[in-house]
Design a protein around this ligand. Structure first.
Ligand SMILES: Cc1cc2nc3c(=O)[nH]c(=O)nc-3n(C[C@H](O)[C@H](O)[C@H](O)COP(=O)(O)OP(=O)(O)OC[C@H]3O[C@@H](n4cnc5c(N)ncnc54)[C@H](O)[C@@H]3O)c2cc1C
Length: 428
């Protein structure tokens, strides 16, 4: 061996850590670690054994599947400890992995279980350590008696345009209480939740910079469920209006505390940039997770369609033997995998403190939501007439998938966020 070759081999060995075994190993890997694999298997087992068999029933009943939530609570999957464990993974991947598996089981039930996490994310993102300690466990209740929580931002006239929120919060200094008035729309778990987190305006002139988030403790007078929404999909998840009528909460229910709010408002009034706005902060942190839910639906539909295509015979052969079907399945698999890479990238960026300079969180949710709608529609096509009936699950999956281009920012709003981020231009 020449000296040059030996030197090159030595360099490669050093770079790969093969020389003396002291390297930390490769920095980039898509291989899941043992904890991630264990959690994936655990959630998958629950999704397969408990969620899937219950999916059709609760979709038809259009009711919150409390017995399934109880099962999830019993095994510790529905608990703040589990969410904390998923969140604690420094790579950021465990939360999307768990969501994908659960929603692979069923999205309506998945949302009944995971809907609470939006309120938890708001408390976690904006609350003080004391507020987190007090309210996050109450969002879940106990294993014997699980509870759910709701995050209420949207209003009849404030959907995509969060700055149009009209619900007001006025401070009653004498009593150190906040008084909330207004109507919230479309709240997941709205009215059936123990803990509601409500976004309200404390200064309308400041638009979304005048918003603040409040915890409404269980049983607070003046916080009532309005009309329950009858939906196209995700029907096992409860969605309703919430009315706030002179709803008084202690001063301590303002997330982050009054001092911080006053500072933020003063900065906004001086025209200074604020680091965050209450509702937007919650959405930004949760987008890759929401994308992962859409992925779970898309993967379930793809797997079902693949099995069906191998079984179903027409013209004397399995329909998968036709390129039209096989290529569609190939595209479905490729699109789902591509979406997952965007979701994992955004989850990793979010967890490791990388700024979303190009709105990578929005990209992940946009791509996964659109793939889910497309892939579930293709799955119906592959199943033919059977795909269009309620006897086969892809019809439900398609109905469930559609919400992923609407909530947590519509596809148009995600494109707006991305185009503004990449161009620096205030695209309208
Ligand atoms: C099942 C379900 C659960 C939900 N859960 C919650 C919840 O838990 N908490 C909560 O606060 N909210 C929740 N929502 C509300 C959801 O976030 C809103 O529906 C969503 O933000 C869109 O708002 P909108 O429905 O008012 O649509 P609109 O804002 O009225 O939009 C209508 C259409 O106009 C487009 N559009 C609007 N503005 C622009 C623009 N500038 N450029 C281009 N296109 C634009 C939109 O993309 C959309 O296609 C839920 C909704 C549903 C259906």
């Amino acid at each position: 061996m020449s000296d040059a070759v030996a030197e090159a081999e030595q360099l490669v060995a050093e770079a790969t850590g093969a020389s003396d075994g002291t390297s930390d190993g490769p920095k980039f890997t898509l291989e899941l670690n043992q904890d991630q694999k264990d959690i994936k298997e655990w959630v998958h087992g629950f999704a397969e054994g408990v969620v899937r068999p219950a999916a059709e029933e609760w979709d038809e009943r259009e009711e919150t599947p409390w017995p399934v939530i109880q099962e999830a609570a019993k095994i510790g999957l529905y608990s703040f400890e589990a969410l904390g464990q998923f969140w604690a993974d420094e790579t950021g991947l465990t939360l999307p992995i768990a969501n994908e598996e659960l929603f692979w089981g069923d999205a309506g039930i998945g949302m009944a279980i995971m809907g609470t996490s939006l309120a938890v994310a708001a408390i976690f993102g904006q609350g003080t350590p004391e507020q987190m300690g007090e309210w996050i466990p109450q969002c879940f209740g106990s294993a014997e008696e699980p509870k759910v929580a709701a995050f209420c931002s949207s209003e009849p006239d404030a959907g995509s345009d969060v700055s149009a929120i009209r619900t007001t919060a006025k401070y009653d200094e004498a009593k150190d209480e906040w008084v909330l008035n207004g109507q919230k729309a479309w709240a997941t778990n709205g009215g059936i939740a123990d803990v509601h987190v409500v976004i309200a305006t404390v200064d309308r002139e400041l638009g979304s910079r005048g918003h603040a988030a409040f915890v409404i403790p269980p049983g607070t007078k003046g916080c009532e469920q309005g009309a329950k929404v009858k939906k196209h999909g995700l029907r096992a998840s409860h969605t309703a209006d919430v009315h706030l009528d002179d709803c008084r909460v202690p001063g301590a229910c303002l997330l982050g505390g009054k001092e911080k709010l006053d500072e933020r408002l003063a900065r906004a009034r001086e025209g200074k940039r604020s680091k965050s706005q209450a509702a937007m902060q919650t959405f930004e942190a949760s987008r890759p997770t929401v994308g992962a839910q859409a992925l779970g639906i898309a993967r379930a539909a793809y797997e079902y369609a693949l099995d069906y295509a191998k079984e179903r015979q027409q013209f004397g052969k399995a329909i998968v033997e036709n390129q039209a079907i096989a290529f569609t399945l190939a595209d479905m698999k490729m699109e789902i995998d591509a979406a997952r890479l965007l979701v994992w990238r955004a989850a990793w960026m979010g967890r490791s403190g990388h700024g979303f300079e190009n709105a990578e969180g929005s990209m992940s949710k946009l791509k996964a939501g659109e793939v889910a709608v497309w892939a579930t529609e293709r799955a119906i096509q592959i199943l033919g007439g059977n795909g269009y009936t309620r006897e086969f699950p892809v019809e439900r999956m398609h109905r469930d998938a559609k919400i992923y281009t609407i909530f947590e920012g519509t596809s148009e709003i995600q494109r707006l966020v991305i185009s503004r981020a990449i161009s620096g231009v205030h695209i309208k």
